[in-house]
Design a protein around this ligand. Structure first.
Ligand code: HAS
Ligand code: CU
Length: 544
């Protein structure tokens, strides 16, 4: 029934996987460099020029390309199954893939040619080849077009199903996409107005402060664009895999609305130390960031309760006995549950980051990569691995190559991340060791850092092994000669109580209105101020 959609999703997922393979392989190199083992030197011959080029490849391919391509592929696959109808305009989503691929190629060539060693945040006045920016912009535009394909299908589905509540998974997909399209207006402004004309030499200078502010307008909500697909799975799929039910569907819906409303007006928590942004506005963003904890803590509670229902249904008793009876032999479940557990620590670290005064201690230190490897590197990425453990076999109609390898992969990721993030967090907090620095060559790197750098390098190496186990399974499954297919059967958790969804949780207008108002309050005055003091003064710099 979904042959066309499967093909579109398959393309997105294949590119996502290829990107992560290349980007991920830089990770262990970075960690080994920090303990004095510089593997970049021997790699010069294949064109890897520096630690910083490697770090750019790592950040762009993992954080931007792997996530975005995975998400649109996953969404295309689950969205049509959730609505139980085909895409009305599959050619729109196919075109979206083409746009994204052209963008990826355009951005990848300068990166690989060492013409865009500006890291994944590409802060001006560092200046890359213009094609790097054009390419990334096209990747974002392509992801919008995917969203348009979903909206067109939704309108048709609505006409066919008047009065029916949007199924939960489709609802989550739509909110994530709408949030993303509003959120990326910041980066669109940064690229189209400031960076692209400047990188082509059409204007002489740029305003780095305004550019950064536009960047973080998108740069914070992008992390929820990565997280919400995992939340869709945690709410609506994992409980089913655990033999349980969704504890509260209404809570799940409310959480997604809160992410729409609150994801964007908080970006200044990345700019606490930036000059040119008045402290009062940073405070407003700090308060809104705290309110963003509500949907995640509600998720922790709801998902935990949903799993408890599963564990008890499988015979678990006592206060914690239900944990033992969860399906610890199902790699799709295990990967995602371990991702959730790592996210508890990532979330607590987020609380630290968000507090103005504590942020001054950890900003731009190793603490920050410690934080985001538990979030995008675990909550999102390990969940995406878990999702692929059921999705890929269905997509290629072959059984998973090895359940055992998949279980080993999940646990090694968990242990590797614990070690690496623990080392990085302490390095940042106790020693202020800088992030994004070729520490092996830094004369100020202190001997006291060594034990923690070694711990992080050990974790990074285990993660490298875990990655290889993952790819062995992906390739093994894809190339398998077995013809015993997996049935096309997406896991969907039923709610515990089938109660009609309150109307306010299935209507767009009020939520969109609040979203826009909050953005105007949180960003309006800041942007007016920066734009009225616009200084297109800085030339581009190439420091590599
Ligand atoms: Fe963050 C920096 C604040 C979440 C990603 N973050 C980053 C950067 C990245 C990133 C990539 O306030 C670096 C950007 C750069 O290069 O400069 N972050 C937060 C806050 C949250 C948060 C408040 N971050 C994320 C997520 C990310 C992500 C999610 C990616 C996916 N972050 C910051 C701040 C900075 C920052 C500052 C700037 C730092 C600086 O100075 O540069 C919150 O959303 C976190 C809320 C989460 C929780 C956890 C809930 C737990 C759940 C799991 C439940 C477990 C279960 C398991 C059910 C409160 C839902 C049960 C187990 C059984 C066995 C049954
Ligand atoms: Cu943020």
């Amino acid at each position: 029934m979904f042959a066309r959609e499967n093909k579109i999703a398959g393309w997105s997922l294949a590119i996502a996987l290829a990107a992560l393979f290349i980007g991920g392989s830089m990770g262990p190199l970075q960690k080994l460099e920090h303990v004095g083992l510089d593997l970049y030197r021997p790699l010069r011959s294949i064109g890897l020029n520096s630690y910083y080029q490697g770090l750019t490849i790592h950040g762009v391919l993992n954080a931007l390309v792997w996530t975005t391509f995975f998400i649109v592929g996953f969404f295309t696959y689950i969205y049509v199954r959730s609505l139980n109808r085909n895409l009305t305009h599959p050619q729109v989503n196919a075109a979206a893939n083409v746009i994204m691929i052209i963008g990826l190629v355009a951005a990848a060539i300068p990166i690989l040619r060492n013409l865009a060693t500006v890291l994944f945040t590409f802060y001006p006045p560092l200046q890359a080849s213009p094609w790097f920016y054009v390419g990334l912009t096209l990747v974002v535009v392509g992801s919008w077009v995917h969203g348009w394909g979903y909206y067109l299908t939704y309108w048709q589905w609505r006409r066919e199903n008047p009065g029916v509540t949007t199924p939960f998974i489709a609802f989550g997909v739509l909110i994530t996409m709408v949030m993303w399209q509003i959120a990326t207006l910041g980066i669109a402004a940064e690229m189209l107005w400031l960076i692209i004309p400047w990188s082509f030499g059409l204007v002489a200078g740029i305003d780095p402060q305004l550019a950064r502010t536009f960047f973080w307008f998108t740069g914070h909500p992008i992390v929820y664009f990565w997280l919400l697909p995992a939340y869709i799975s945690w709410y609506a799929m994992v409980p089913k895999q655990a033999g349980g039910k969704m504890f509260s569907e209404s809570m799940g819906r409310l959480v997604f609305w809160l992410f729409l409303v609150l994801s964007i007006p908080v970006g200044l928590h990345h700019q606490y130390v930036d000059p040119g942004v008045p402290a009062g506005w940073k405070f407003v963003h700090a308060v809104l960031t705290y309110s963003l904890f509500i949907p995640s803590v509600a998720t922790a509670f709801t998902v935990c309760a949903s799993l408890e229902i599963g564990g008890r249904a499988r015979g678990g008793t006592g206060t914690l006995g239900w944990i033992r009876t969860l399906p610890w032999d199902n790699p799709s479940f295990v990967a995602q549950n371990l991702a959730m557990i790592l996210f508890v620590f990532g979330g607590i670290g987020g609380l630290t980051n968000a507090s103005y005064n504590l942020n001054l201690v950890i900003h731009n230190t190793m603490w920050v990569p410690g934080h985001f490897h538990l979030t995008v590197g675990s909550a999102a990425t390990l969940s995406f691995f878990g999702i692929l453990y059921w999705l890929l076999p269905q997509l290629v109609n072959k059984p998973l190559w090895s359940k055992k390898v998949a279980l080993w992969q999940s646990w090694t990721w968990f242990v590797g991340m614990l070690l690496m993030s623990n080392g990085l967090h302490i390095l940042g907090l106790n020693f202020g060791s800088p992030r994004r620095t070729m520490l092996g060559a830094a004369p100020y790197a202190s001997g006291d850092w060594q034990p923690l750098l070694i711990e992080a390098a050990l974790g990074g190496t285990i993660l490298g092994i875990s990655g290889l186990l993952f790819y062995a399974n992906i390739i093994g499954t894809w190339r398998s000669k077995s013809t015993v297919g997996e049935p096309d059967n997406m896991p969907v958790a039923e709610p515990v109580e089938v109660r009609p969804t309150p109307a306010f949780l299935d209507s767009w207008r009020p939520w969109i209105a609040v979203t826009i108002v909050l953005i105007l309050i949180a960003y309006g005055p800041v942007l007016i101020n920066l734009i009225s003091n616009l200084g297109l003064t800085s030339p581009g710099f190439r420091l590599w």
